[in-house]
Design a protein around this ligand. Structure first.
Ligand code: 5GP
Ligand code: 5GP
Length: 246
């Protein structure tokens, strides 16, 4: 036979369960808030890698290259990208699927982009695919700091300010197919910029290690060169590397 619950006990357990529900609700609210905070924090980033590529080293590989529809690029480093990064070495990507590269937002920069950010991938193109990829994968992750126009302009200005090729040439390091010690290349850039760059190599069709990309770190406003908080993971170089002509 079931015994009737004493009234006092009933009230007490009802109060207990109400407060437990409240506690659970509070807990859920707190969790959602902190998840939101994590999600918001994930959108942020600590610094940029500004990456430039040597066209001669992109083109003399087994895979070869295609010149853009606008013609053979200048004998100069070209921009690969401006990549937001975290100090732990990880990085955000494709942060806003609704934000697409929009030529009309950068119409005043297109001729500079064709000159300084040429595409070398095949099939040949006018650059739009490369710029779209870079904007969508990387640019959308720094949109809170640099809108699309600002993002491309910042990269173009950085390329001009840093002037990698003149820096190397003044140090007697020329794109002449010769071999140079990696520490000499790194040292020349460090002496000129005040910060150590990361050098990434690839291999030419005969398997020689060659200077392919140079990474310089930039603060999270896109304004100043900084010491890299963490080194990139791009392919390491041999101690002596070739600097192919283009
Ligand atoms: P890879 O695997 O050829 O080194 O890199 C492929 C692509 O991944 C790069 O072109 C770039 O878009 C991205 N990536 C590779 N390493 C990094 C990195 O350290 N930071 C950022 N932000 N992107 C990277
Ligand atoms: P990432 O390596 O930056 O993630 O991807 C680069 C993408 O842009 C690849 O899909 C690649 O085919 C394309 N791309 C177009 N032009 C170039 C170029 O000149 N250099 C490099 N590295 N990638 C290019």
């Amino acid at each position: 036979m079931e015994l009737p619950t004493p009234p006092l006990l009933h009230t007490h357990s009802a109060m207990k369960s109400t407060s437990s529900i409240l506690l659970i609700k509070l807990f859920i609210l707190q969790c959602s808030l902190s998840l939101l905070c994590v999600a918001v924090a994930q959108q942020d980033f600590d610094f940029f890698y500004f990456v430039q590529q040597w066209p001669g080293s992109y083109c003399d590989t087994k895979a070869s290259c295609c010149y853009p529809t606008t013609g053979k690029p200048a004998t100069d480093f070209g921009i690969h990208g401006l990549w937001p990064n975290y100090k732990d070495g990880s990085y955000p990507s494709n942060c806003d699927p609704d934000s697409h590269f929009n030529r009309s937002q950068v119409s005043d920069l297109i001729s500079r982009m064709q000159r300084s950010w040429p595409t070398l991938a095949c099939p040949r193109g006018d650059g739009s695919l490369f710029w779209s990829h870079e904007w969508e994968k990387h640019g959308t992750c720094s949109e809170s700091v640099l809108d699309q126009h600002h993002y491309f302009k910042t990269a173009l200005n950085l390329k001009e300010t840093l002037g990698l090729l003149p820096i190397l040439q003044s140090a007697g390091i020329n794109p002449d197919g010769g071999s140079y010690s990696l520490s000499r290349i790194r040292g020349a850039i460090k002496d000129a910029l005040g910060f150590t760059p990361w050098i990434e190599c690839n291999v030419d069709a005969s398997g020689n290690s060659q200077l392919y990309q140079v990474y310089v770190c930039i603060d999270n406003q896109g304004s100043n060169t900084i010491e890299c908080p963490v080194l990139p993971t791009g392919s390491k170089c041999a101690s002596t590397v070739q600097f192919p002509s283009f």
